[in-house]
Design a binder for this molecule. Structure first.
Ligand code: ADP
Length: 615
């Protein structure tokens, strides 16, 4: 069916639209939030190979704080702890404590810092721009100063760390990155737009993301990063051995003391920033990076899913289509996880929304097409059924006459004159039958749109008076008077037989649907290039809703059904087609109980505008 084929571009456009909507939806805050939830979920689901941690926490926890006199005693306590671990020769010591103000108790810490190898001190961004740096006395001993600024996602979960942070032109690397660099012999940090490189390790951290690096937290199934508190170290100095060759992260972990505590994908309870920095260091040290899938890959996946959805419902139906659709959804939902296990972060919302929306669009569209096809074939079936009823009904009368007459001739001997009469009747009835068959075939072709109309010339008057002659016997039976009013003798052109069928139909209807002893009038007008032929009766009439429906095939009004007059409801639909093919139209004025007036409007002298056309 050409109609269906022409819809292919529309189908593709619909899928493209669904895909576009899906991708835009994936960009919205809701889409991003779904991506984050999925990321955390995958994070918890995937158990990476355990590794040997290279860092250790020197924790200033609650017991340490209370043992050393709270925050005021912090510097002294830290000094003592560092002095104890210094002989164990840790690889580097990152102090995750902001030491920006001078106090009276700084001397011991200053001395301790001088004893520590590869010391990294912390700085943070000030709200007004600029850096909150350690005081010069401390800074003197530091090999590096690293920032401890965290960029949290909108939901306040710490997933990544900006390895680079700048206040104006003053740029700092992250504390964890500095610790990593110093633990690798103080290698320089090499920069490219997409990556950083330290001691041969390529760190995927693009400049345009602020060098954001996703933190691969030590999974719960693995021994955590070891931790020794200042108090434990104070009570048991032998613990200092644990710090040998490790990268130390020293800082506050106590609930009350730590000002920075964040939620991670693993824990809904906030963990201290110290731990987050140590985990960032582990990510670097283990090179267990999680890189973002490039946008083109995300787009390619979404487009492939949309194409698969489109093809599925284009070429499959029923349960195979549903099965494949299910498989597509499965791929869309699991692809991010499969990528995750390979260290690539693929956002969840784009493929999933693309798969769902395009599948729904494709399924609904195909369902609609199939429904349309079913409806059409059902309509065709009904049309043929009714057409058959029409043929059998219309042909019964002449057939009965022919049968009866031939029987008469066979059974009885009769005068020559009577025999001639009957033979004539048989002849005229069979001619009528033949005409009917031809009309029927014409009508069928007419409705199929490929009928070639004859091109004959005749006048409106000839047409109408011929029809009136034919309906007279019918009218007489109901004592209905058929009057021929003024009809312009204007030329018409077209298929006379079909036009006669049309006018004849209007006249028979007028007679059929009028009570006895009324009048039916046929009249016409000429108005420039148009000519009208009207048939007016004083019959049952119709209301507006009925008038609107009478040109539908097989529609009959309730009154017509009750009238006892034979009919199929197909005549007017044929009349309408015939008139349309002659370049004209039909209008009806009617009032219940008052009668109806059907008017054909035709072009003068030609009309068969479409006769040469085959549609
Ligand atoms: P049929 O006469 O075989 O039922 P038609 O298609 O010719 O089929 O007409 C459709 C219906 O329109 C009729 O059944 C009747 O209800 C209504 N109708 C047509 N002509 C008239 C008329 N002159 N007066 C009232 N009703 C009419």
């Amino acid at each position: 069916m050409p109609v269906v084929q022409n819809r292919a571009p529309v189908y593709v456009a619909l899928l493209a639209l669904a895909l576009a909507v899906a991708l835009v939806a994936a960009w919205t805050p809701l889409g991003t939030q779904i991506d984050r939830i999925a990321y955390d979920w995958m994070f918890r689901l995937y158990q990476p190979q355990p590794w040997q941690t290279q860092s250790i926490l020197l924790a200033i926890d609650e017991p340490s704080l209370s043992a050393f006199g709270g925050i005021p005693g912090l510097r002294t306590a830290l000094a003592e702890g560092l002095e104890r671990i210094a002989p164990a020769a840790p690889k580097a010591v990152a102090v995750d404590v902001l030491l920006a103000d001078v106090t009276a108790l700084d001397a011991p810490l200053e001395t301790a810092f001088a004893h520590v190898p590869n010391l990294i001190l912390a700085c943070d961004l000030l709200p007004n721009g600029g850096w909150e740096d350690p005081i010069p006395a401390f800074r003197r001993s530091a090999t590096a100063v690293g920032h401890i600024h965290t960029d949290l996602d909108a939901d306040a979960v710490s997933r990544d760390l900006p390895l680079e942070k700048a206040a104006g032109r003053d740029r700092r690397w992250a504390l964890a990155l500095e610790a990593f660099r110093l633990s690798r012999g103080g290698a320089p940090i090499l920069e490219s737009p997409q990556e950083l490189e330290v001691a041969g390790v390529i760190i995927p951290a693009a400049r345009d993301t602020g060098r954001a690096m996703r933190i691969r937290y030590v999974p719960p199934g693995m021994p955590p990063i070891p931790r020794v508190s200042l108090k434990q170290l104070h009570d048991d100095p032998s613990l200092a051995r644990q710090f040998a060759g490790k990268v130390v992260f020293a800082g506050v972990t106590s609930q009350t003391g730590a000002r920075d505590r964040w939620v991670t994908p693993y824990s809904s309870i906030p963990v201290p920033g110290l731990e987050i920095n140590a985990n960032a260091f582990e990510t670097l040290a283990q090179q267990r990076f999680l890189t973002d899938a490039p946008s083109w890959a995300v787009l390619l996946l979404a487009v492939s899913l949309a194409a698969a959805a489109g093809l599925t419902f284009r070429f499959l139906a029923g349960w195979p289509a549903n099965l494949v659709a299910f498989a597509i959804l499965f791929v869309a939902h699991t692809a991010p996880y499969v990528f995750f296990t390979r260290g690539v972060v693929l956002p969840f919302a784009p493929p999933v929304s693309a798969a769902w929306l395009t599948l729904i669009a494709a399924a609904v569209w195909q369902h609609w097409i199939v429904r349309g096809r079913l409806d059409r074939s059902e309509a065709e079936r009904v049309r043929y059924q009714h057409a058959m009823q029409f043929v059998t009904h219309e042909m019964r009368t002449p057939l009965t006459a022919i049968q009866g007459s031939s029987e008469l001739m066979e059974r009885y001997s009769m005068s020559e004159e009577r025999r001639k009469q009957i033979a004539q009747l048989i002849h005229s009835e069979s001619k009528r039958l033949g005409r009917m068959i031809e009309i029927f075939l014409n009508v069928e072709r007419l409705s199929a749109g490929d009928a070639e109309l004859k091109r004959e010339s005749f006048t409106a008057l000839e047409l109408v008076s011929a029809c009136i002659d034919r309906v007279r016997p019918l009218a007489e039976r109901k004592q209905i008077q058929v009057t021929l009013g003024a009809i312009p003798d204007a030329p018409l052109e077209g298929d006379r037989e079909l036009m006669e069928y049309a006018v004849y139909n209007l006249l028979t209807n007028a007679i059929k649907y009028s009570p006895p002893s009324t009048e039916v009038t046929a009249f016409g007008h000429r108005d420039g290039k148009r000519i009208t032929i009207s048939v007016q009766d004083q019959g049952m009439g119709m209301d507006r809703t009925e008038v609107r429906r009478i040109f539908q095939k097989f529609y009959r009004t309730a009154k017509a059904e009750q009238s006892g007059e034979a009919g199929t409801g197909i005549g007017l639909s044929i009349v309408e087609q015939i008139v349309a093919r002659h370049g004209g139209g039909i209008t009806v004025e009617s009032q219940p109980g008052k009668g109806s007036c059907f008017t054909l409007e035709l072009p003068v002298g030609a009309a068969t505008s479409s006769h040469a056309r085959t549609h």
